[in-house]
Ligand binder design. Sequence first.
Ligand code: C2E
Ligand code: MG
Ligand code: MG
Ligand code: MG
Length: 287
Amino acid sequence: DAKRNGRGIARLFDESMDEGIRFRRRIENGLGGAIEKGELSLVYQPIVSRDSIEIVGFEALVRWNTQEYGPISPAVFIPIAEESNIIHELGDWILAQALEVLKQWPGQYVSVNFSPRQFRRHNFVGHIMQSVQHAGIEPARLQIEITETAIFDDADRAADTLYKLRQMGFRIALDDFGTGYSSLYNIRKFALDSLKIDRSFIDGMGRERESAAIVHSIIHLGHALGLEVIAEGVETEAQVQSLRIAGASHLQGYFFSRPVPAEQALALATQRFIGGEEIAIVPEAAT
Ligand code: C2E
Ligand code: MG
Ligand code: MG
Ligand code: MG
């Protein structure tokens, strides 16, 4: 009968349940207790100025080392956390942790990633302000990284939120720029400080004309709009050279440093320059 049939179908569905769905459930359950279990940590990657290689800030990146499966990439678990309310607890922990570490650095900012759901949270502005006040930090030392997805779904509201944040002195960076739907034309209404060129374009620069052309136009128009342009995923000296010539204001990537634990970040922050001295590691850009 129908009842038995229904049960049968339910059971069948359960058994054949997509491995992917089960994986997501396990991730969700695991994340719930990850903070208390001490499985989460942050690493920090320097962001340097183009010419002097001075460290102006660090991007905080979350790491999750599970007892059960070993390390899981944030590219995997952040989107899953983003689909549930876990992202808020996780995000609060990340921000508090990053602000605590920042206190020891001589002057650099910390750049923290916020997912679209965090950004759209009720009273996001008040929440961030409260966190920096609690930590006793100047707003200018926190850079808020958001992606295009976070601001384009409800552009008017997002523009308002960004305006308020910027009025309070926070730095705002648009992350993974070039991968979403936004154009340089429609970002002009958002209060931003910098654009981060997605590393896929930096990676393609030496191989494809298109990537190099995209990088050049992002830098050019970014500057025309009065924005800093940060190139991420810089891995080779050739890329550094091209980016300097193209005029990127800041660089970030394995070429300078991998993301490192708090202790190492403090050592780098204290020495202020990658390599320990104020030297240009590649020849001056032709102007
Ligand atoms: P993202 O914000 O664009 O971060 C940059 C990613 O590029 C990081 O990967 C970083 O380790 C990696 N990277 C930096 N330099 C290089 C390089 O020279 N070469 C290559 N191949 N990769 C480089 P990661 O740490 O795995 O993070 C992946 C993404 O996960 C981040 O992309 C961000 O979207 C998200 N994420 C990481 N931490 C957080 C967090 O604390 N909160 C939120 N909401 N998202 C986070
Ligand atoms: Mg980022
Ligand atoms: Mg990025
Ligand atoms: Mg990314």
